[in-house]
Design a protein around this ligand. Structure first.
Ligand SMILES: Cc1cc2c(cc1C)N(C[C@H](O)[C@H](O)[C@H](O)COP(=O)(O)OP(=O)(O)OC[C@H]1O[C@@H](n3cnc4c(N)ncnc43)[C@H](O)[C@@H]1O)c1[nH]c(=O)[nH]c(=O)c1N2
Ligand SMILES: CC(C)C(=O)C(=O)O
Ligand SMILES: [Mn+2]
Length: 471
């Protein structure tokens, strides 16, 4: 686990190949400069930088299609690059090749306000879309902390703090335009289709959601939108221990309260947030809640949740009712990765991401906390607990191999506990290069072989993001 990068140029990327790429996307959209290759050879994770041999910037689906056809012909690895905010090394060019940056395709193609949907090109980010929607009364709720590209979010099946109410990318994508390895362009639900439901054949859309660039390049996404709620209330409270906070979450959901957000932060992450984002919360295991709905309904919901908090030994609510206060709170939550890294200056994130059925959550959280304490490492715990999903954001230094090994061991054991409890090794960050060994344990050898057959059918030469998801 070093930070060294590969300098050798793949023998397949010859000067005539570079010229062919330039002829497709234009000279100014191609770079073999070291700085550009380095920048495209890593995401926000701790994985070592692996630069591609060449970076090309696409400006249209036609560019993407022609570049794919060229790479396929020459057998050159093709790595799609959205905004590089991934956390499992998904863009790292582990076998060299061509990195295709699709961030210049930034058009919001349509917004159908009456139908609650929109279509965006591959470079449109979630913040760009929500700014654009501001005056329509609509919003797109899926919110990974980073301002990721929406097509990259499709590729990793991202979610975030709102998933407990609004679902993940899987539930919010209606159609995708995808360029396959051989350059063919398909629409996974048929050209122009944007229905809320369909029983027409196989669900190709969801085959590409979470495919991490290994099956094709997503050039357009048709997404569901939501109405901005009439009223929004946020509140925080703290608990004597982790177990009581997680028990409260389970009970709130069992009561059928339609929570918009329930986020857990342990005392280490609260401390990190206080320091980094200038909050003054009590340093204790805490829950951040958000309620969306009509004013009248919210009063009842907040009352029930406050009672459950009290029954579990939690504190009074601290309300964040006005917009500025609320934005400050959720901005702090979204910046928590960097807050945790600031606990150890110069560190990079080693993040974990397990998800279990909600009733098994207390067990996995409490066992993880014990492992972190026993290992004597810094391991702030943060969870989208309403989904049974939680993370530990370990700050690591590349050269501290002793701590890295401890972190890796705890992280691996956490995933095994999640699998043992009918859960998954990744709720939202994906497999990338870091969790390939866990995927086989999760899906089983036969299930994985079927995934492999699908990959071989769509990408027989294996050019699409090789070394990711599978070994
Ligand atoms: C501070 C912070 C906070 C968070 C997160 C990151 C960071 C830095 N994330 C993770 C991250 O934002 C998420 O993985 C994004 O969905 C990745 O989108 P990018 O555009 O950055 O893809 P990026 O460029 O990083 O690529 C990720 C993978 O998708 C592929 N890919 C990208 N664009 C593609 C395209 N158009 N077609 C095909 N394949 C493509 C790549 O090849 C790669 O395998 C997250 N996530 C989450 O789910 N919940 C969260 O709460 C957070 N929070
Ligand atoms: C920081 C990141 C990785 C995240 O998933 C979160 O904040 O929930
Ligand atoms: Mn998360």
């Amino acid at each position: 686990m070093t930070c060294q990068s590969k300098v050798a140029v793949s023998p397949k990327v010859t000067s005539s190949f570079v010229q062919d790429v330039q002829a497709i996307v234009g000279k100014s959209n191609v770079s073999t400069a070291d700085a550009v290759r380095q920048q495209h050879g890593h995401d926000e994770s701790y994985h070592s930088t692996e630069p591609p041999d060449i970076v090309a910037f696409a400006e249209s689906v036609d560019h993407v299609s022609q570049v794919a056809r060229l790479c396929n012909y020459h057998g050159v690895p093709l790595i799609p690059f959205g905004s590089g905010t991934g956390l499992e090394g998904g863009v790292n060019a582990v076998q060299g090749g061509l990195c295709l940056d699709v961030s210049k395709m930034k058009n919001i193609l349509s917004v159908n306000a009456e139908d609650f949907d929109c279509s965006v090109e591959s470079g449109v980010t979630r913040v760009q879309l929500n700014n654009y929607l501001r005056d329509t009364g609509l919003w797109f709720p899926i919110d990974p902390g980073a301002d990721a590209s929406l097509c990259g979010m499709c590729a990793t099946s991202a979610s975030g703090t709102n998933a407990v109410r609004y679902g993940t990318m899987r539930e919010n994508v209606m159609n995708l335009e995808v360029v396959l390895a051989d350059g063919r362009v398909i629409n996974t639900a048929g050209a122009g289709r944007r229905t809320k439901k369909t029983s027409a054949g196989y669900n190709l859309t969801n085959l590409f959601v979470g495919s991490e660039g290994t099956l094709g390049i997503i050039t357009k996404a048709t997404l569901r939108l939501q109405g901005i709620p009439e009223a929004t209330i946020s509140a925080t409270c703290h608990f004597p221990d982790v177990q009581s906070a997680v028990d409260t979450t389970v009970q709130v959901l069992q009561c059928g309260i339609p929570m918009a957000r329930i986020e857990f932060l342990d005392e280490v992450s609260i401390d990190a947030c206080n320091k980094f984002s200038h909050l003054d919360l009590k340093v204790a295991p805490s829950l951040f809640f958000e309620f969306h709905g009509a004013e009248a309904g919210l009063e009842n919901q907040t009352k029930v949740v406050a009672e459950l908090v009290k029954m579990n030994g939690g504190s009074e609510f601290r309300w964040a009712t006005d917009v500025d206060e609320r934005n400050h709170l959720w901005k702090a939550r979204h910046e928590i990765l960097w807050a945790c890294m600031a606990l150890k200056p110069g560190s990079k994130p080693y993040s974990t991401d397990v998800c279990v059925p909600i009733s098994n959550l207390p067990q996995v959280v409490v066992r993880t906390k014990q492992m972190i304490t026993e290992a004597g490492i810094i391991g702030p715990m943060v969870g989208h607990v309403g989904d049974g999903n939680f993370h530990v954001f370990f700050p690591v230094h590349y050269d501290d191999h002793v701590t890295l090994k401890k972190v890796h061991d705890v992280s691996h054991k956490m995933s095994l506990i999640a699998l043992e409890l009918n859960g998954t090794c990744t709720g939202e960050h994906g497999i990338g290069i870091g969790k390939r060994d866990l995927l086989v344990q999760e899906i089983g050898a036969e299930g994985l072989a079927v995934m492999r057959q699908l990959k071989d059918t769509l990408d027989p030469k294996g050019i699409m993001n090789p070394g990711k998801v599978f070994f």
